[in-house]
Write a protein that binds this ligand. Structure first.
Ligand code: IMP
Ligand code: MG
Length: 174
């Protein structure tokens, strides 16, 4: 069975929504000097577009995570393969993620960053994919809510392919 991709979110809609999210952050973080922590690799395009709409100083760091799962606990084992390098103690931290699916990744990352004694840790995700959520994580800023599907483009990959598409597509079997 071949897989087809169908455009789900246009580049105009992404651009408009990124500006709206930045507007919310400009309101909420204007006096905070926060650290934005991007989750590699998927969030790199979203983070790059988002920070150029911010009208307050930010520092940027990255983490990279690996998920391991089996049939009984899919993707519930998360490990850090690249940690933050800035000192987060007393800082306002905003995690910037591409997509939340089961929820294990962000649940783990939020707990991990909390051990660095920041003043606050909040989450900004481009996509909240609802259907398969296993762990509820509070999502403070959400670009788009989708129920299900496998999404690619604008940073999101399928086996490292299709990250650079400027729109977001859903992969469908025909
Ligand atoms: P989870 O919330 O622990 O299931 O992990 C979310 C991570 O899985 C994201 O950061 C992505 O790396 C990956 N992921 C989940 N759904 C998709 C998708 O639809 N397209 C591409 N990557 C996805
Ligand atoms: Mg990711």
């Amino acid at each position: 069975m071949a897989t087809q991709k169908r455009c789900l979110i246009s580049r105009e809609d992404i651009s408009r929504r990124v500006k709206e999210l930045a507007g919310d952050l400009n309101r909420d973080y204007q006096d905070c000097d926060p650290v934005l922590v991007g989750v590699l690799k998927g969030a790199f395009i979203f983070l790059a577009d988002l920070v150029r709409e911010l009208r307050f100083p930010v520092e940027i760091d990255f983490v990279r995570l690996a998920s391991y799962g089996d049939s009984t606990s899919p993707a519930s084992e998360v490990q850090i393969t690249k940690d933050v390098e800035l000192n987060l103690e007393g800082r306002d931290v905003l995690i910037v993620e591409d997509i939340v699916d089961l929820g294990h990744t962000l649940h783990f990352l939020k707990q991990h960053l909390t051990m660095h004694h920041p003043r606050s840790v909040k989450i900004c995700t481009l996509v909240d994919k609802r259907e398969r959520r296993q762990v509820e994580v509070p999502l403070d800023y959400v670009g788009f809510v989708v129920e299900k599907g496998f999404l690619v483009g604008y940073g999101l990959d399928c086996g490292e392919k299709m990250r650079t598409l400027p729109e977001i597509y859903t992969l469908e079997k025909d």
